[in-house]
Write a protein that binds this ligand. Sequence first.
Ligand code: PGA
Length: 301
Amino acid sequence: MNVTLRQLKVFEMVARHLSFTRAAEELFLTQPAVSMQIKQFEDAAGLALFERLGRKIYLTEAGEEMYRLSRDIMSKMSEADLILDEIKGSEGGRLLVSVASTVQYFAIRLLAGFCKQYPKVNVNLKVTNHKGLIQLLENNETDIVLMGKPSEGLDLVSEPLLENPLVVIAPPNHHLRDKKGILLSELKNETFLMREQGSGTRTSTERFFAENGMKISANMELNNNGAIKLGVEEGLGLGIVSQHTIDNEVKTGRLVILDVQFFPLVRTWYMVRREGKRLPAVGVAFENFVRQEKLRFVRLP
Ligand code: PGA
């Protein structure tokens, strides 16, 4: 069968998401380009690999078999990359790091420090929420992840990294800004800007309020910290964010931290990888750099 690696990669992505659109997005291709690759693959195979029922696509029997094989081939290809990286040593090579959106500010500084020490390293950084990171780990699409505590039961190795205090932020003209020891009940009538489902910050905030018998009104859901901070600055409501993400805004007086009972809620960031995952030399160098140098890059207001 005369199939190119590129066709295999496109096929694997469409089969994984069962969506031409998602595959096109992830591969930075247009949808017609994806359809063309799949068509050429099917022509070479002499069989249909997908079938369309209504608006959904499904793998055919041949498609299922090819999906299993293509994952094996892709994983062998990354193994080949690893072996070449090992030969190159930590001087060069590619580092796949993924971080939670609360970690991104710290992670960028950390990576800048790391790249100064290892200027030939090629870094690929993905920023997403807790749920997205678990998916990346499960799909073996990343080497190292910096994130909130992953749930038990997954085959992951996690080591605690730093405290991640969550605080309540408000615009500087908020009526509670100078009040000490604000009671939770005093926030009853406040509106909160919440992170999206799948965010670790959202899960722990909801859990905290539920444990304290309080239902907060979340009129607006925003899928990143930057948007929450801007929304709070604009007076749309209060936010609950990691203290690591607001250094600049607090310094310049655009946001204030409210002194609320039980806050900060202290979570922990972890450095996580799949158990048994063979890290490239550059990955091992990065892990050691994080362990030794992390405190240099922390900026808390
Ligand atoms: P998130 O980050 O809120 O962006 O998901 C924190 C975490 O990983 O728990």
